[in-house]
Design a protein around this ligand. Structure first.
Ligand SMILES: Nc1ncnc2c1ncn2[C@@H]1O[C@H](COP(=O)(O)OP(=O)(O)OP(=O)(O)O)[C@@H](O)[C@H]1O
Length: 255
């Protein structure tokens, strides 16, 4: 399933937040959204997920979600959102409980996503026993369990320290390489965007408009070993964003 954003604009009261966003997210592609604070990245993700509606424009789902998809659009947040009293497998199966699947099928799905996220040995652990990185792996497993058409990832690694973030990026690349998925991935972190994004959409300061879409034509699995080539892309992104980020920073400081 592809997503097509067609001239999406939005205002909250007198504040224009997004202006004329048109964009296609193709199946099996990771599209990163970057831009200065407050430019509307999370708002756009909420529109894509159907949590809110834009003031104008539309978001179309083109084609069918994967066979047996239980939830075509699934979020992953930075704060993991795990239930502390449920084990790892209990947190993952939570996403399936509304769907009235036969018990054996539910168990098979949980086992499969725990294996894909390297969590099988931690199935019985409670969230408080896990590091931040492991908690986010659980959230990723839970999102995968509903076989989403598109994962909506809102700064999923930003609560993690830099080494853990590196490990999780490797995991996401492995996951995608073994079985590709489609994602819209909001991040402030340009290194993350160039490691994970097939295309990177650079938004301007509020109201967010598309300034440029940077394509990275390098297989995800090769990127870890080709950091120098990626640095050129990263510098280009920062050149696009620097002045806007500075202006956004000053604007927030004035509030
Ligand atoms: N429900 C709301 N009501 C009013 N204003 C809102 C609402 N949600 C967001 N905003 C405003 O819309 C603008 C865009 O917010 P949003 O959180 O989408 O930006 P962002 O790019 O994700 O920011 P950040 O990078 O800091 O997370 C901000 O000025 C924010 O204050």
């Amino acid at each position: 399933m592809d997503l097509k954003l067609d001239q999406v604009s939005h205002h909250y009261g007198a504040t224009n937040v997004l202006d004329d966003i048109s964009l296609t997210v193709k199946k099996d592609e990771i599209v990163c959204l970057i831009g200065p604070s407050g430019c509307g990245k999370s708002t756009l993700l909420r529109f894509i997920g159907g949590l809110e509606r834009p003031s104008s424009g539309q978001i179309l789902q083109i084609g069918e979600p994967p066979a047996a998809s239980l939830n075509p659009l699934t979020y992953i947040f930075q704060d993991f959102a795990l239930l502390p009293w449920r084990t790892v497998e209990g947190n993952v199966s939570l996403a399936l409980e509304d769907h009235k699947l036969p018990k054996a099928e539910q168990r098979a799905i949980v086992e499969d996503v725990l294996r894909r996220t390297n969590l099988s040995d931690f199935a019985k652990a409670l969230p408080r026993q896990l590091s931040g990185g492991m908690k986010q792996r659980v959230a990723i497993a839970r999102a995968l369990s509903v076989r989403p058409a598109v994962m909506l990832m809102d700064e999923p690694l930003s609560a993690l320290d830099s080494q853990t973030r590196e490990l999780l990026m490797d995991d996401l690349v492995d996951l995608w390489t073994r079985e590709s998925f489609t994602a819209v991935y909001v991040t402030h972190n340009l290194a993350e965007a160039v490691r994970l994004g097939h295309r990177i959409v650079v938004l301007s300061r509020r109201p967010g408009r598309i300034r440029e879409i940077v394509e990275i034509d390098m297989p995800l699995a090769e990127r870890k070993d080709r950091v120098h080539e990626l640095e050129v892309k990263q510098h280009h992104l920062w050149d696009l964003m620097r002045e806007e980020a500075r202006a956004a920073d000053r604007e927030l400081a004035d509030v």
